[in-house]
Ligand binder design. Structure first.
Ligand SMILES: [Zn+2]
Length: 290
């Protein structure tokens, strides 16, 4: 674990961009009630309805198997060691001056504004978790990688038993869709604003299929910081790790993640890593640092 504690912020700029901006817009378009809630992110005023009806065309792309997700696990029965997880420095390659992650199909992948997912990467085994959604049936944003989808179902079941009403907003998003959203915003608002309100294609964690944005009926499905102080948001912050999820963009860690606080965005990393990350109160950038 020592290496993880040595993380140094290298070049991530201040957190000005909502990684989920398009989700916010989408949820808004699909749910009439949420307009009433507070929407601190200016991206919510934008209308991306144009993109709502895209079909999932990327499901037929080839992919390597998922074995990379297990190769980092400690198999010798000893307690964890610093080599149990892939360090970020070992999972990136430079291509045309751009850093591209080499383990996009790993549950330990770290994608951010400095670490791009390959443009042609589409996760394997995308399925729809059986949980309540704001998005319409058949919408690609209901998809997640199967392992993460099962974990999400477990988490929603447990939350439900505790009286929580979680509702899913947006999971998988293709490179092409992210590209279209960015282009739309750039065209409409100029590149500078587009950069603040939407992620560049390849830099959205939603492309991994390992994430889900979650809201609650009390917020009408909006994705706002207020979620963090709802019973549902507090439940997620306290319990998500037990199901293999972490809240990806923590308050106070904006300069490390490059994103504003997003209590609604959970990321699957498996139960083992999630527990360590949760207990340490750190980000993926810190946990996988080296
Ligand atoms: Zn998100």
């Amino acid at each position: 674990m020592t290496a993880r504690n040595l993380f140094i912020v290298t070049g991530l700029s201040l957190a000005l961009v909502a990684g989920c901006s398009s989700d916010e817009q989408s949820a808004k378009n699909q749910n009439q009630a949420e307009d009433k809630t507070e929407q601190p992110d200016e991206s919510k005023e934008e209308n991306n309805a144009t993109y709502e009806n895209e079909s999932a065309t990327e499901s037929d792309q080839p992919n390597e198997d998922e074995s990379s997700t297990s190769e980092y696990k400690n198999e010798n029965g000893q307690s964890e060691n610093q080599n149990a997880y892939p360090a970020m420095g070992e999972t990136v390659a430079e291509e045309n001056g751009k850093k591209i992650v080499t383990n996009p199909d790993s549950i330990y992948v770290v994608a951010n504004k400095e670490r791009n997912l390959p443009a042609d990467f589409v996760p394997e085994n995308l399925v729809e978790p059986d949980v309540p959604f704001y998005a319409n049936e058949g919408d690609p944003k209901r998809l997640m990688v199967e392992e993460a989808a099962k974990a999400l179902e477990e988490m929603f079941d447990a939350a439900n038993k505790d009286g929580m009403q979680l509702k899913a907003v947006s999971g998988y998003r293709s490179y092409e869709r992210q590209e279209a959203i960015f282009a739309y915003n750039a065209d409409r608002y100029g590149a500078e604003k587009a950069n603040r309100v939407s992620a560049h294609a390849g830099q959205s964690e939603h492309q991994t299929g390992l994430t889900m944005d979650i809201s609650a009926p009390s917020l009408g499905g909006s994705l706002s910081e207020k979620f963090g102080s709802t019973p549902e948001g507090e439940w997620v912050a306290e319990n998500a790790y037990m199901y293999g999820f972490v809240v990806r963009y923590l308050k106070g860690k904006e300069e490390i993640t490059g994103y504003q606080y997003e209590p609604w965005h959970v990321r699957y990393v498996g139960k083992e890593a999630a527990k360590e990350i949760h207990e340490a109160g750190i980000t993926l950038e810190e946990f996988f640092a080296k």
